[in-house]
Design a protein around this ligand. Sequence first.
Ligand SMILES: Cc1ncc(COP(=O)(O)O)c(C=O)c1O
Length: 470
Amino acid sequence: MTYDWTTSGPDLHVALASLGPRHAALEDAVRGAIREGRLAAGTRLPSTRALAGDLGLSRGTVVEAFAQLVAEGYLDARHGAGTWVADLSLAAATAARPLERPRRAPRFSFSPGLPDLTSFPQAAWTSALRQGLRAMSAASLGYGDPRGRRDLREQLASYLGRARGVRADPDLVIVCAGFRHGLSLVARALKAEGADTLAMEDPCAPQHRVVAAGAGLGISPLPVDALGARTDVLTASAARAAVLSPAHQFPTGVVLHRERRAAAIAWATASGGLIVEDDYDGELRYDRQPVGALQALAPDHVVYGGTASKTLAPGLRLGWLVVPPRMLEPIVSMRYGEDVHVPALEQLALCELLRTGGYERHVRRMRARYRRRRDRLLALLAERAPVLAPVGISAGLGVLLELPEGGPTSAQLIEEAARRSIELHPLDPHYRNGRAPRDGVVIGYGAIPEHDFEAALSALGDLLAASLPA
Ligand SMILES: Cc1ncc(COP(=O)(O)O)c(C=O)c1O
């Protein structure tokens, strides 16, 4: 027999077997629900009185069943306070397994993929959200346009035009869940129209190769040298589409040379090819005017992709594409089919932050802060590890350190770093074959909270001074 009730206290749904003693049937039902995970640890159960009333049992029967389940460790009861589902995993773990030491997070993380999350502009975001909610219409909470909110697309078009030189029409802006999602949309749209290969920088962010493979595309690698991605390899390849990070190649930090920019555009316009421009840290440039977006040179052949992952936080999952007109319908229909919309309230908040200038104020503050960090890091390296020549220092949140002959390998350096509770990342996994031509580590100086930065630098200096040849 199944009972549902809503009379008092938390709702509980259990099916009692119709045969046998009532307290045993209740015990079985609750035990089964806990074992199957339908009643999670910490769930509060209704009072014995309420449950008895709802199930049509005597209160004594329910008290008896609960007492049995407490004795078996399924429930926790605090006199006068109530009854909760116990944490069985804890009980089982301590009873059956030797103690596993929880992995301690390293004291200092030089992860290249993260900004300083402790600097997220909470107050500005909250007031943007509040303001957006006050001003929104009820229709804003409907399904909406698969490209994203119109007002946000207008704000993005105006901001990207001004700050990054993008030629953006709000109708061609698509709000997506970060650059990776944008890349996935483009890759799947390309596959749907018959493409089988995507040219990608080698090295690049490894997760982007996974996206391409997930879309069913083969990868044609573009080696990267001191002038950026090798466009001669691109023009000689059979690929009809390429992903480039021209403003600040990841992870080498090289800026695509102007002749290569021109060559990439010439390839796309002559062959009808498509460039996906990854402008992941386009706003974070320190020494001179940022290089403008490649997209402005050939908006009909470049998909521009940006993200809030470096300027605000990756957990927001907010990114944007500006697409050529011919790609709009295929990408929007891809989007429509998967129904991964960016939640309306996040869109509202970003829209307000852009409209009020709060986004750019935050970017300017963080740019100054990261620039200070970059300068401090370079000074430290010059002092404590003069054998190193950091690469890719003009922008972004990281530098590449190629390791000298006669010193530790990246694996040895990373192991020694871990012993000192410092997290370092190897260069190798960014290469398609898992091996960098020159061994190295990628140092991210964004992820560390501001208050810890000097301590982190000094720990890094000690590590490098102790590990590297003079
Ligand atoms: C090269 C590159 N592009 C883009 C991104 C941003 O990705 P997303 O917007 O999906 O967080 C990253 C993140 O680390 C990256 O390394």
